[in-house]
Design a binder for this molecule. Structure first.
Ligand SMILES: [Mn+2]
Length: 227
């Protein structure tokens, strides 16, 4: 079975309960569509666990991307000489949930810091998979249709900060699965629930804001919620 979840945002307990609930077998796989860190305080613990599991695959979200840059620059390198622009970005990241990640990262020994940073740096931006003959495009987020259907035109920023056009079907033969946008912003009636429409599946239920962590099985379309 292929499962997809997203936007764990440091909710280590919900993540652990999801892993227990899925009880992944050798042929099963869990995709996490990014934003594992920031806001909640268990992001580093989630990373440590994901690194140990061969059948958990993580893509990169905007928070993972920012964390990898600012942890490297401000928690590993000497930061006394950094440019003002970088310092300003660092401050914004801390305020946007990075402080929790920065604090737990700072407690790691040098070896662990290196391992966590190379993990974050290795995360892919998107993946195309096929499940029982059905095609899926997985990413933290995507940009507008006109650009994505000509993927050569996309830059990494499109998969980190893009704004999907949920009202448009992008591909007749491929479903786009994304996180990043809490589903309550797409339709308030779906707050805390997975949203599906126009060959999109949006799975960020807003776990770190008190909603369940959502997960979908792409073989059966079963929805799993961890409160
Ligand atoms: Mn995001």
């Amino acid at each position: 079975m292929i499962y997809v979840t997203s936007d764990i945002h440091g909710c280590y307990e919900k993540y652990t309960r999801l892993i227990e609930r899925l009880n992944l077998k050798e042929d099963d796989r869990l995709y996490i569509l990014g934003d594992i860190v920031d806001r909640g305080d268990g992001g580093i613990e989630v990373i440590k666990d994901v690194m140990k599991r061969e059948n958990v695959v993580c893509l990169r979200g905007n928070h993972d991307y920012c964390a990898s840059i600012f942890l490297e620059k401000f928690a590993v390198q000497d930061h006394s000489t950094k440019e003002d622009r970088l310092k300003e970005g660092f401050k914004l990241w801390l305020e946007d949930g990075g402080a929790e990640t920065f604090s737990s990262f700072s407690k790691l020994d040098n070896n662990e810091k290196r391992t966590v940073l190379s993990f974050l740096d290795s995360l892919p931006f998107y993946e195309e998979i096929s499940v029982n003959g059905q095609r899926f495009f997985l990413a933290h987020t995507v940009c507008e249709k006109a650009k994505l259907i000509d993927i050569e035109k996309c830059s990494i920023g499109d998969f980190l900060f893009g704004e999907p056009e949920y009202e448009k079907c992008y591909f007749e033969d491929m479903t786009i699965v994304t996180g990043h946008t809490p589903t309550g912003f797409i339709d308030p009636e779906y707050t805390g629930r997975i949203w599906k429409g126009n060959r999109h599946i949006a799975i960020d239920c807003g776990a770190v804001f008190g909603n369940p962590l959502g997960c979908i099985c792409l073989d059966t379309m079963e929805e799993i919620y961890i409160d």
